[in-house]
Design a protein around this ligand. Structure first.
Ligand SMILES: Cc1ncc(COP(=O)(O)O)c(C=O)c1O
Length: 494
């Protein structure tokens, strides 16, 4: 996939003696002079000792009691460590024992502005005192505003068929449907594509759209995808661990391989109504789609009349440095529909389906809906969060931090070549460390947590870094120092 250019450097950082100066190479046209940035010359060993133990003896009686009672009543579908988070601020969270953790997972790519953000709290309290919920039977002041912001920012920053900066002469319009979650956004997108497919088939054959002979209802998805766990979204989430116990799933699902150009023939056909893909696979292991493949996929969709859906629930909303992961791609790679959720409400559940008018035209009153989706509170929060994420200075700072994080991570495969893949995966602030042994990512995540840093696994072989977008260099340093220390311990054990 395209790579974001390195943003300009702020200042030289005074660092310890294990740091030497480094200059970033840049592919951007930024004119700010490059300043040297120092990087360590050897891996940190500062965090080899466990500081946040999780063994039975280290858990207090009151925490143990709470966990036991919780286990008695809560469906055990989550494997969780034995502590209880009580509050957070910025990039940090605290447990009920008073232990502080650096949350480098941001609630799985959700808290883009960090925890307990003052602006978010202000909007939440203000709006909660006015109107929590109206149902979609009535208008309220915020859904129109958030929908307009999503469309105009897409015109400004690029995406959904718009080249960045062409908002003055939009060639087409777009509409938004609000959901509560990412899964629900994908369900909506798939349903919309089904309806569009029937109408396109009817137009082509001259028959009625509800003829039983209509065969344009197949959906194409890709290996290692994650789109959610409802029956529809699960049907296109190609992980046997998630799917098997719940079969039979939706019929007519075809599974291709990401970036397999040759595999597109026979995969996307006249029977395809929807193709759903993450431009950067998140849960599946931080795998970016390539520009050439996305272009070929778009072409196939155009030839067959299939609706192209980009699931940007994890990689979208400025995590890669642009509004959408596909924002800077040529328009002949762009989708018909983009789904989003995670950071839009900074932790409050808000999702959305953004679609071109060519697709939206199929949807009329009563064809889709939700009780809670698009509530005044959700949309006011979404408007606030998106307004802040889209500020140029905010994104520039986030990408500066990303560049520093990337450069520090890039040293790890050199220091630990026996266990790490040579290349860092992903871009912006959705990054992955690939491992040669599938047992290592979960081990590293556990070890980092026992040293006060929360990171995630991804797919079968990666550790995933999806922090808040406003983390600073000190948080990067703490996280990477912990990872280095843990990798040292891990390799020492081998
Ligand atoms: C790419 C992608 N799509 C869909 C989902 C499902 O979103 P949610 O958990 O909000 O339903 C996720 C969640 O991790 C995701 O990463």
């Amino acid at each position: 996939m395209h790579h974001l250019g390195r943003v300009a450097q702020r200042r030289a950082l005074a660092r310890s003696s294990r740091h030497t100066p480094l200059r970033y190479s840049s592919s951007t046209s930024e004119s700010t002079p490059r300043a040297p940035r120092s990087l360590p010359t050897s891996p940190s060993t500062k965090y080899t000792k466990v500081t946040h133990p999780e063994d039975a003896q280290s858990i207090s009686a009151s925490t143990k009691q709470y966990l036991d009672r919780s286990d008695a009543y809560v469906l055990p579908v989550y494997a969780r460590p034995p502590f209880v988070l009580s509050h957070g601020k910025g990039a940090y969270v605290w447990d009920t024992e008073g232990r502080k953790y650096l949350d480098f997972s941001a609630g799985i790519a959700v808290n883009a502005l960090g925890h307990a953000d003052d602006g978010v709290v202000e909007v939440l309290t203000r709006e909660a005192g006015k109107l929590l919920h109206t149902s979609n039977a009535y208008h309220h002041p915020w859904s129109g505003k958030l929908a307009e912001l999503l469309v105009t920012l897409t015109q400004r920053d690029g995406g959904l068929g718009w080249e960045a900066g062409t908002s003055s002469s939009p060639q087409h319009g777009a509409k938004v449907f609000f959901s509560n979650t990412g899964t629900e956004a994908n369900e909506g997108a798939l349903k919309i594509a089904r309806k569009v497919g029937k109408e396109r088939w009817a137009k082509k054959t001259g028959k009625a759209w509800d003829e039983p002979s209509c065969d344009k209802h197949e959906i194409v998805c890709f290996e290692n995808s994650f789109h959610g766990r409802s029956m529809g979204a699960l049907s296109v989430t190609t992980n046997p661990k998630y799917q098997k116990p719940f079969e039979p799933l939706l019929p007519g699902i075809k599974v291709g391989r990401l970036n397999d150009l040759g595999g597109l023939d026979g995969l996307v056909t006249d029977k395809t109504c929807a193709v759903i893909v993450e431009p950067i696979q998140g849960e599946g292991g931080i795998h970016p789609a390539t520009v050439d493949w996305l272009r070929a996929l778009r072409k196939k969709c155009d030839e067959t009349g299939a609706v192209l859906i980009f699931d940007e629930i994890q990689c979208g909303l400025y995590r890669t440095g642009t509004l959408w992961a596909h924002s800077t791609l040529p328009v002949d790679c762009h989708p018909d529909i983009v789904t989003m959720a995670k950071p839009l409400g900074n932790g409050y559940p808000v999702g959305a389906v953004l679609m071109r008018d060519s697709v939206a035209g199929s949807m009329t009153a009563g064809t889709h809906g939700t009780t809670f989706g698009g509530s005044p509170l959700a949309c006011a929060l979404g408007h606030h969060v998106l307004s802040r994420l889209s500020e140029r200075s905010f994104v520039a700072k986030a990408m500066e931090t990303s560049a520093y994080l990337h450069s520090r991570l890039s040293l790890l495969p050199k220091w630990f070549p026996a266990i790490l893949e040579p290349k860092i995966r992903g871009q912006g602030l959705i990054l992955g460390l690939g491992f040669k042994d599938a047992a290592h990512p979960a081990a590293l995540v556990g070890m980092a947590r026992e040293r006060g840093v929360l990171v995630l696994t991804a797919g079968k072989d990666a550790v995933r870094l999806v922090p808040s977008l406003n983390i600073g260099e000190s948080e990067v340093d703490q996280t990477v120092d912990v990872l280095e220390s843990c990798l040292g311990v891990l390799t020492g054990r081998q």
